[in-house]
Design a protein around this ligand. Structure first.
Ligand code: PMV
Length: 329
């Protein structure tokens, strides 16, 4: 059978997806908008093999146990794709990330987008872009965004067929930079998947829902107008609102580490000095700092100097996934 390899990028949500109105179909409580990140990539090779008894999955150099949550999620997704082709063949899957996974840098978005495209390619199934997004969404919500490139909106939808993503503006239209401050190398203890279930338990969630469509409209406009000051301020306020919700969920989720807070203060200090940058973060402790190309160097230097920052990763607005001719096995 054909071997197929895809590289997909992770993203950073500017307006976050939080909570599901239909967990089985991964239909979100609200629409979301993100920037795809060239620099945080997953590469995945898939081959469906005759006489293989079970799917074999290896991520970042280690074979994943069949009983793990991670493997079950991959196998369930392979089953969806096998069903499309009417195939019962098991697959060999090898995936490699160039950034730490499970630390709030959204490795599930790039990983499941690359898996979706590589598995479709290996079974020679050709789907329109909208259907690829719908399929990827069923494995990981944010993966439905990064099958596209640039600045992407995931339409909330009210059914599986209406919940998919589209590009608002291409990566080539607006070159923004994202400096990621890695403040801890350990994995987070709560996954986004279980966090979503707690959204409704926060007393602030209903207030968020009341204002979310207005926020999406503003975000879309700031991207179209390339208004960095307005977009950065919106993204930073959104990250704090999102963390207010998870901090007040039952049970509360506290992801921040001392280094997370140190980076937030430094970003505010940089702004006071006239260096424009804004922070945002997902369900994790590592911080994304959005800035423009001219300020990338100074921001990287200042953030990298902080005692509690272990390393920095530089990313920029990125494009859609690409098929590679070099395979991982
Ligand atoms: O796609 P998931 O289940 O990993 O959830 C992503 C949740 C956030 O990263 C917090 C927000 C987002 O829109 O990416």
């Amino acid at each position: 059978m054909k071997k197929c390899t895809f590289q997909a990028s992770s993203d950073i949500a500017l307006v976050k997806y939080w909570g599901k109105k239909d967990a089985e179909n991964r239909l979100p409580e609200n629409g979301s908008i993100s920037m795809v990140l060239d620099g945080l990539n997953s590469v995945t090779t898939v081959e469906f093999v005759q006489n293989l008894e079970a799917d074999m999955i290896s991520i970042d150099g280690s074979e994943i146990s069949q009983d793990s949550r991670e493997a079950k999620r991959v196998i369930a997704h392979l089953d969806r794709i096998r069903a499309l082709a009417g195939s019962t063949l098991r697959a060999k899957v090898v995936s490699q990330n160039n950034f730490p996974r499970g630390t709030g840098l959204s490795s599930s978005s790039s990983g499941f987008a690359a898996l979706t495209l590589a598995a479709l390619g290996a079974l020679e199934i050709d789907l329109p872009a909208k259907e690829v997004s719908i399929l990827a969404r069923q494995a990981s919500g944010s993966a439905c965004r990064v099958v596209n490139g640039g600045f992407v909106e995931w339409h909330e939808g009210d059914s599986s067929e209406t919940s998919f993503s589209e590009t608002i503006s291409g990566a080539e239209d607006w070159d923004l930079r994202d400096i990621i401050a890695v403040v801890d190398s350990g994995q987070k203890t709560t996954s986004s998947t279980s966090g979503h279930e707690l959204a409704q338990t926060s007393p602030f969630f209903s207030i968020r829902q009341k204002n979310i469509n207005q926020k999406l409209t503003q975000c879309r406009k700031f991207i179209q107008d390339k208004d960095f000051s307005a977009l950065g301020a919106l993204a930073e306020a959104e990250a704090l609102e999102f963390h207010s919700i998870i901090l007040t969920s039952t049970p509360p989720l506290i992801f921040w580490k001392p280094g997370t807070v140190a980076v937030m203060h430094e970003v505010q200090q940089l702004r006071e000095e006239g260096i424009e940058c804004y922070f945002t973060l997902n369900t994790g402790f590592n911080v994304h700092i959005l800035t423009t190309p001219e300020n990338e160097e100074i921001v990287t230097e200042r953030i990298g100097k902080l005692e509690l920052v272990k390393s920095t990763i530089n990313a920029r607005s990125g494009g859609s996934p690409v098929e590679l001719t070099e395979h991982l096995f």
